[in-house]
Design a protein. Structure first.
Length: 262
């Protein structure tokens, strides 16, 4: 099978159900007169008017920047802390109750505290996203570090590798699959945190746009905002998947080779 045909087949497998659902939505809502269930054709027309390109720059782009910034900060902090805690079992055991406590706090409950401490501007939104995204990555990083094969540590000790080289060439690659597993969970949580912070924070962003449209009974505009949120979530997940596939190409190859040997 040629590469082009494989790509077309993969795209068809992924999109046939969404296309079918959109077609059903278009047909079922065609004659709707409900304020809360407007025809999809009307939503589509308004979508073009709103998001190409005024609100795309004013609302969607700032939301994406906050999402990327918060998730990036959370990822970096979580990986560094996870490597430290996973490498020192006594330290990990001592901090585990605190980590589990912080992980269990829902982002909604944190918003009043974040607003009191940081205000309602972008700093609050980015830091809240970073805080929410940290814990799944941190816990998975710790587990990834602790699951490194002891034989590999013995080999590294035999070659007298420094602590830095052990972390860089042994621990990080071995823990990377679990780090990315935690990051995928954290990404979806970050999107939720982004929307919530924009709904209660200063004006601007997709969350505020959706809430303001609902408050002013501009239901068609609200639907367009929800569609944009879904598209951003889908694009973020696909982008993350591409990065993950590239970074973990060696892991997928070794796993496939083991399966073939069986």
């Amino acid at each position: 099978m040629s590469r082009t045909l494989r790509v077309v087949t993969a795209v068809a497998r992924e999109l046939w159900l969404p296309v079918l659902l959109v077609a059903a939505w278009w047909w079922l809502s065609a004659g709707s007169t409900s304020l809360y269930w407007p025809p999809l054709a009307e939503i589509t027309d308004r979508f073009v008017d709103l998001w190409f390109f005024e609100h795309l720059v004013e609302d969607a782009l700032p939301s994406v920047i906050r999402l990327v910034s918060g998730f990036g900060i959370g990822f970096a902090v979580a990986v560094v802390l996870g490597l430290a805690l996973g490498s020192v079992p006594a330290l990990e055991d001592a901090t585990r109750p605190l980590v589990e406590f912080m992980r269990a706090l829902p982002s909604v409950a944190l918003l009043p505290i974040m607003m009191l401490l940081l205000g309602t501007d972008d700093d609050m939104k980015v830091i809240t996203i970073a805080f929410v995204s940290t814990w799944p990555i941190l816990l998975n990083t710790v587990e990834g570090v602790r699951s490194v094969d002891p034989v590999l540590h013995q080999v590294a000790a035999g070659y007298r590798l420094s602590a830095w080289h052990r972390i860089r060439h042994l621990v990080v690659p071995a823990a990377m699959p679990q780090i990315f597993a935690g990051a995928r969970v954290a990404l979806s949580m970050s999107v939720v945190a982004m929307v919530l912070t924009e709904m209660v924070g200063s004006p601007g962003g997709l969350g505020y746009f959706v809430l303001d449209s609902q408050r002013t009974f501009d239901i068609v505009a609200m639907w367009t905002g929800l569609i944009v949120l879904g598209l951003i979530g889908y694009a973020a997940n696909k982008t993350f998947g591409l990065v993950e596939a590239r970074v973990l190409a060696w892991h997928r190859g070794s796993t496939k080779q083991k399966e073939d040997q069986r």
